[in-house]
Structure formats: C-alpha cells, structure tokens
Write a protein that binds this ligand. Structure first.
Ligand code: EPU
Length: 417
C-alpha cells in the first residue's frame, strides 16, 4: 500500500494547475449512457474514481478510449445491459449515477445499493422518490434497486434536502422523459451546472441549473457532443489552503474564483492576500493566521469537501475557532489523527473546537477517506520532522498525483510504494 513521506516544515511557492473536477467528470461519464452517438469529454482528471466509473460503463456496454486530452465514449451494441453489480458499486458510491440514465434510455435498471461509507449513512431515498414521481416502479430487493418504466413521464418533485448526485441523477432521468419535469430544492453546486451544460450540448432542454428550481423539457433523443469539464474547486482549494497553512505564495492556474468564493472569502478573513488574475488565483500569506468559525453548507455555503483541510489550517491560527459540519454525520475522522500530531481539538456532536496555534510534530498517521487524507498531508507540510501518511489510495481516488504537484511547489513529499 502506498504512503507519503513528508519532511516538514515546508513553504509552498510557485504555480499549480487544478485538474478537471472529479465530481463533474463522474456524472459526465454516466451521461454517455444517454446517447448512441460518441461523447467526447475533455480534461478528465487521472484519478482512480474515474477509472472505476469507466470500468462500470464498460460493463454496461460503453467503450471508452483516451485520445490525448480527451476521452471518447461510445455505447456499443452490448449497451442493453442494465445491471450495475455490487462488486463495482461498492468501491464508489457515485456509481448510483448510472441509475437515472439507464432507466431513461432502456426503461429498466438494476443497480446495487451503494451502502454507507466512512463519512456517513448517505441514503439515496431522494433519488428513488424522484424516479417514482417520474413514473418508474422502484423496488428494493437483495441489496439492489430495480427500476422500470416504459417511458418516464415529466412530473414535479421537491427534494427533501438538496442532494448533489440526486439532482444530477434525476436531471439525466428527466431529459428523455415525456413532457415537462420541475425539480425543486435542487443542489446548486457548480458540478450540477456543468452537467446541465453538457446535457444541453447533447440537445437536452434544461432551464435553471444553478438555482433551486430546474425545469426540464423532455426530448426524444440526445446526440453526442464534446465537453470540457470544469476545474476541480476542491482540489484547487486544497492547494490554496496549503499555501495559507505554510505561509506560502502560489498561483492556482485555471481556477474559477466564483466557484471557490466561499473558501476565498474565509481565507481573506484569515489574513491571506488573494488576487484574482487572468491566469488564476494568487494567494499569499505573510502575517499571522486569524481564526474564523465555519459552518459547512450546500453550495454556495462552505463545502464539506474542504472542511477537513480547513481544520488543518485552523490548528495554526492564533486563537480559538469552531467548525460545524452539517452535511455528513461522521466527517471528523481526521480529528484523532490531527490530535496525535499535537493539535488541540475537541469534538461535541457536529461541532469541533480548535485551539491554535499548535506546534504540530511528525507522526505516522492514517486516513479513512479522501478529504481526511488531504487534511493530514496539509498538516504534514507544517509539522516538524518526518510525517508518514498511510493509505494514500484514498487520496488517489480524487487527487491527480498530489505528490508531484506539491513537489513542484517546493514541498519535500515523496510516495513510498
Ligand atoms: N441525502 C439524503 N437522501 C438522499 C441523498 C442525500 O438524505 O437521497 C443526504 C445525505 O445523507 C447528506 C446530504 O443529503 O446528508 C447531502 O448529500 P449529497 O447527496 O449531496 O451527497 P452526494 O451527492 O452523495 C456529493 C459529492 C461528495 C460531496 C457531497 C456534498 C459526488 C460524486 N460526491 O455526494 O463528494 O461531499 O456531494 O457536497 O459528487 C468527495 O468528493 O470527497 C465527496 C464525498
């Protein structure tokens, strides 16, 4: 199992480019099930979750081939398989994103229930309720969702909570439904907007993506198209926090400042100097880090996917801060490892109280999920001595060769195989 060895403390300086967004790429890949024409996706990140989705699509009869910077996907004549088995789904919850497209295109699907994961229970009841509202017969049996509908029919549906993959899944179901669908209380994340842009490029009629309410006019069929996925705001945000925590100075190229606004506002309050340039976002920290309280929330709130990394930062702030995690019930697993490195953090329910600044010292630490791993790497950058972060396979699910990007910013990080 790979691990990282980090020699600290480090200061990040230089230029780094964000890869394509994993969480925009995954639904974009699933959208290949909606057409029999070739779909070309540009700028997908080279991370493990993308390989997992390609494997699942291959099983469902979609061939994918890398051509330079773009991935070409074509549904072959095997593409009548409707079965997403447990062996493939269990390794990545986002596999549920094939449910909507399969039912929309084939009229039936059998997809393994993804189950809980390290960060929480993560039910999919809202995906299923919406699919039923669109006229599908949905059954849960032997750990599988079976859904059937001769053709989905447009309807009005209100999500009880904004769900990112739920909104994406149901967008992909509704684009081929008969008539108009109105989805309310939708997730407003940039990745939802990017998927709507892709589907529109394929010929779908979608109005309102990025708002709470989305209206979809069903069409008879969709065509192929070429689509470039948006830059990864969570990956980019992780490097910005890296510059902030190390008192560094970096240019994050190709990033969209609007998508990163909730983090940038916070980092500015923490005392970082931030400039939006034509080339990207420049972040520099010279003075002391001011503590700030943070509450995670659906977009445009502070993203839960940056909560762990931000907590690493707050361990270095001059004073006390709190972080309230409102999206997932079990997303503080990095706390015990940060504490082992010398951080002063108390958790009470969904609140963490952090007292900084702590002089972090090196330790062997182990991550339990993707973003917790990133948090530990950031802590390792400022810790004194040699930190080893174990179970880097979590990190590889969503960060493209993080060690190379950090090395290019001057960090002493290496991968031990
Ligand atoms: N929820 C329900 N019922 C549902 C769906 C969701 O109660 O049917 C609840 C969840 O339990 C959670 C909240 O709604 O409390 C929001 O969950 P959401 O469905 O939005 O999460 P997701 O779609 O499963 C995506 C990202 C996550 C990210 C969350 C929140 C992808 C592939 N995954 O998950 O990304 O944390 O949105 O922004 O887009 C990551 O990249 O590390 C990651 C975990």
């Amino acid at each position: 199992m790979d691990r990282f060895r980090i020699e600290g403390p480090n200061r990040l300086a230089g230029t780094v480019r964000a890869s394509g967004a994993k969480n925009a790429a995954l639904p974009a890949l699933a959208a290949s099930l909606l057409t029999d024409e070739p779909l070309e996706l540009v700028g997908l990140p080279r991370v493990r979750d993308i390989m997992t989705m390609r494997k699942l699509l291959d099983h469902l009869g979609v061939d994918s081939e890398q051509e330079g910077d773009s991935l070409r996907l074509v549904a072959t004549d095997r593409a009548s398989t409707d079965d997403a088995p447990y062996e493939l789904v269990k390794t990545m919850r986002a596999s549920i994103l094939v449910l909507g497209p399969l039912v929309a295109r084939l009229g039936h699907a059998r997809v393994s229930l993804p189950g809980g994961c390290a960060i929480g229970v993560r039910p999919i009841d809202q995906h299923l309720a919406c699919l039923e509202a669109l006229g599908a017969e949905v059954e849960l049996e032997h750990g599988y969702v079976t859904a059937r509908a001769e053709r989905l029919v447009g309807a009005s549906f209100r999500f009880s909570t904004p769900t990112v993959t739920g909104t994406e899944n149901m967008l992909m179901a509704a684009v081929l439904a008969h008539g108009t669908t109105v989805l309310e209380n939708c997730a407003r994340e940039p990745e939802v907007v990017d998927l709507a842009r892709l589907l529109t490029g394929m010929g779908a009629k979608i109005d309102g993506a990025g708002n709470e309410s989305i209206v979809i006019e069903g069409v008879e069929s969709l065509a192929g198209t070429r689509h470039t996925v948006i830059p990864d705001r969570i990956e980019g945000g992780t490097y910005l926090i890296g510059a902030a925590i190390t008192g560094g100075d970096i240019l994050l190229e190709g990033a969209d400042a609007a998508d990163l606004a909730p983090l940038l506002e916070k980092l500015a309050e923490n005392g970082c100097e931030i400039e939006e340039l034509a080339a990207g976002i420049q972040l520099r920290r010279q003075g002391e880090l001011k503590p700030r309280d943070t509450v995670t929330a659906p977009h445009p709130g502070f993203p839960t996917d940056l909560q762990a990394q931000y907590m690493a930062l707050m361990t270095q702030a001059e004073g006390g801060s709190t972080i309230c995690e409102t999206i997932f019930e079990n997303r503080f697993q990095h706390v015990s490892e940060l504490t082992r490195m010398g951080a002063d953090i108390q958790v009470e329910g969904s609140y963490a109280r952090i007292h900084g600044p702590s002089r972090l010292s090196s330790a062997s630490v182990m991550a339990t999920d993707l973003r917790a791993s990133a948090c530990l790497v950031l802590a390792g950058l400022v810790a004194h001595g040699e930190t080893q972060v174990d179970r880097i396979y979590h990190l590889d699910r969503g960060y493209e060769r993080m060690e190379l990007k950090l090395q290019s910013l001057g960090a002493r990080v290496e991968r031990l195989e």
